[in-house]
Design a protein around this ligand. Structure first.
Ligand code: SF4
Ligand code: FES
Length: 252
């Protein structure tokens, strides 16, 4: 146990149709070595012991790879610090006596389920619309490593593929745009020969689904890139726009 004392102001909301409000909680004995989620575990443990409703928040891997932890902390997606998710944020980033505001992602396309947990199934539907490649199951399988790919393209595709679908880009954007996420998912295939057969169909279908889900447009503020825990570059948005334009004018 540590010796930091904090005041947490946490968004409580019973369900999608509840109005919700900020509620203040004191938390004592916080160690600077705890992760932010461990600190919330301590608070929830305390609430359960007192017979109160624990705070709902998403988490799974707790090592920065699943994208499910999604908190807006002191006005920043995934809190202070760059290139980290909420589960990789440690309490040493805060000071004894601090007041910390914790809110869910705020976007119409990510409705609140309860408290800090939001519904990000819109991302799943965008992925399902085109985020896949053809696999030859005829018996003439070609080993993926047997297809030569320029190193630069492979590196860029890999960078795009590191997107964990956390939604910080949407939560940060003034327009709640999902362009950085969708661009990463288009780019990871667009640069590889394996992604070519469905390339046109993919970009058109994924952008159409993105629009249907109610995400806003990109106005190039670049805030998404700054807050993205995986450092996904705006360059991928430019690539997606080129892919989209080319697919639009040449579609059958
Ligand atoms: S682009 Fe970055 S911020 Fe957006 S979903 Fe992917 S990892 Fe998260
Ligand atoms: S819990 Fe998986 S990325 Fe944070």
């Amino acid at each position: 146990m540590g010796n930091m004392k904090l005041t947490l102001k946490i968004w409580r909301q019973n369900g999608p149709n509840d109005q919700g409000k900020m509620v203040s909680y004191p938390v004592n004995n916080v160690s600077e070595d705890m992760s932010f989620l461990e600190m919330l575990d301590v608070l929830n443990d305390d609430l359960v012991r007192k017979g109160e409703d624990p705070i709902a928040f998403d988490h799974d891997c707790r090592e920065g790879i699943c994208g499910s932890c999604s908190l807006f902390i002191n006005g920043e997606a995934h809190g202070p610090g760059r290139l980290i998710t909420t589960c990789q944020l440690h309490m040493r980033k805060f000071k004894d006596g601090d007041t910390i505001h914790v809110e869910p992602w705020r976007a119409e396309a990510f409705p609140v389920i309860k408290d800090l947990a939001v519904n990000r199934s819109a991302f799943d539907r965008i992925q399902a619309a085109g985020g896949f490649v053809t696999v030859n199951t005829s018996g003439n399988l070609v080993d993926g490593n047997a297809v030569p790919i320029p190193k630069d393209d492979a590196d860029k595709a890999f960078d795009a593929a590191t997107c964990i679908g956390c939604g910080a880009c949407v939560a940060t954007c003034v327009n709640s745009s999902a362009m950085l996420f969708v661009a990463a998912k288009v780019s990871q295939f667009a640069l590889l020969p394996q992604g070519k057969p469905e390339a046109k169909r993919r970009v058109l279908a994924m952008v159409e689904q993105m629009d249907k889900e109610g995400f806003g447009n990109c106005s190039n503020t670049g805030a998404c890139e700054v807050e993205c825990p995986k450092g996904i570059s705006l360059e991928h948005i430019a690539r997606m726009n080129r892919e989209y334009l080319a697919a639009s004018v040449t579609k059958e």
